[in-house]
Design a protein around this ligand. Structure first.
Ligand code: FAD
Length: 314
């Protein structure tokens, strides 16, 4: 089923992101996590596309397996890295033959150790071109990335937003944000995107913190700010892994509850192929149902409204 159709249904969508593992042990962990998270009935799951297209076969294989064996809707991430247009088309053909309905169209990052993005000869420069290639020739629902705190290589927040609008207009059905730890950055970004003319749902991406060093590395890589108070609390727990995990679950649960109460269309969880934190957060959210307590339900998800405007339903 197409994710844009899922998004037009009732209630928030919850999705889980996994990455293709490199080892047999990693593979066992992935399917164990999937088995545990399956009971939470996610609206869809997504599978990343490794740097340099290194997981092409694996991404498609895992997406297929999730659909066929777990009965869950699954989306394949796809990047422009290291491929000519002809090769990109060949992979898209493979996805279509595999019965995939949803693709997250991305530019991708430079290979490890390289700073600058260099387009492959005969390939594509920006994700907008990939979106165009897909929307002109394939029946997939198309998702794309967006960056509440601005993409690290953008010339400016304004330029980043202009490029985002052009990408959406090329055929994007929904957006998923980069991870962030301060909801104010999401609310501000959605308001700016709506006034710039971006009309599609913007699903917040949340990564539950499970390890201090790891989250600091990832936040730095993708330009997500860790608020000073949050960093202080994390460091106060030092090497106590269990205390960090408990705190990470509590923090992300409150973050998600606030987002959903403000009308966010759902939550995309960056699971890092582990289940306990995401499972605890989503189970609690499903019990408390903060979206039903929304004061301004629909304000964030509605294309025509910005935060703080009462929707017709309120
Ligand atoms: P683009 O939309 O092409 O933007 C890249 C940069 O170019 C931005 O700074 C933008 O402002 C600028 N730009 C865009 N158009 C123009 C233009 N016409 N002129 C000048 N500048 C322009 N990476 C992977 O390798 N595999 C994955 O599976 C993966 N999954 C992801 C999932 C999510 C939800 C997110 C948020 C990111 C993911 N990434 C993944 C990372 C992503 O590939 C990188 O963040 C990449 O650097 C940017 O991708 P993009 O699709 O946003 O690029």
């Amino acid at each position: 089923m197409r994710i844009d159709a899922i998004l037009s249904g009732e209630g928030p969508v919850f999705s889980f992101e996994f990455f293709p593992p490199k080892t047999p042990e990693g593979e066992r962990n992935l399917y164990a996590a999937l088995g545990e998270l399956q009971a939470l009935e996610p609206s869809f799951v997504s599978v990343t596309y490794g740097a340099g297209g290194s997981t092409r076969e694996k991404t498609i294989e895992i997406v297929k397996r999730i659909r066929d064996e777990y009965g869950l809707e699954a989306m394949a991430h796809f990047t422009c890295v290291g491929a000519t247009v002809e090769q990109l088309r060949a992979t898209l053909d493979e996805m279509r033959a595999a019965g995939i309905d949803n693709v997250l169209a991305l530019r991708g990052d430079p290979p490890a150790g390289e700073e600058e993005w260099i387009k492959t000869d005969g390939g594509l420069e920006f994700s907008r071109e990939l979106v165009q290639l897909i929307s002109e020739g394939y029946p997939f629902a198309i998702g794309a990335a967006c960056f509440p705190e601005t993409h690290i290589h953008a010339e400016s927040p304004e330029a980043d937003l202009e490029h985002l609008l052009a990408k959406v207009e090329a055929g994007v059905d929904f957006l998923i944000t980069q991870l962030f730890f301060d909801n104010a950055s999401y609310f501000d970004f959605v308001a700016r995107a709506r006034s710039a003319g971006v009309k599609v749902p913007i699903i917040p991406g949340i990564m539950p913190i499970t390890r201090v060093g790891q989250v600091e590395r990832m936040a730095q890589m993708c330009g997500a700010a860790i608020p000073a108070e949050l960093r202080r609390e994390l460091h106060a727990r030092g090497e106590d892994a269990e205390a960090v995990l408990d705190f990470g679950v509590a923090y992300a649960t409150l973050q998600c509850a606030e987002l959903l109460a403000a009308g966010a269309p759902g939550i995309h969880f960056y699971t890092l192929n582990r289940s306990p934190a995401t499972r605890a957060i989503l189970s609690a959210l499903k019990l408390v149902r903060p979206w039903e307590k929304a004061v301004y339900a629909g304000s964030i998800s509605s294309p025509s409204a910005t935060r703080g405007e009462p929707s017709a339903a309120s």
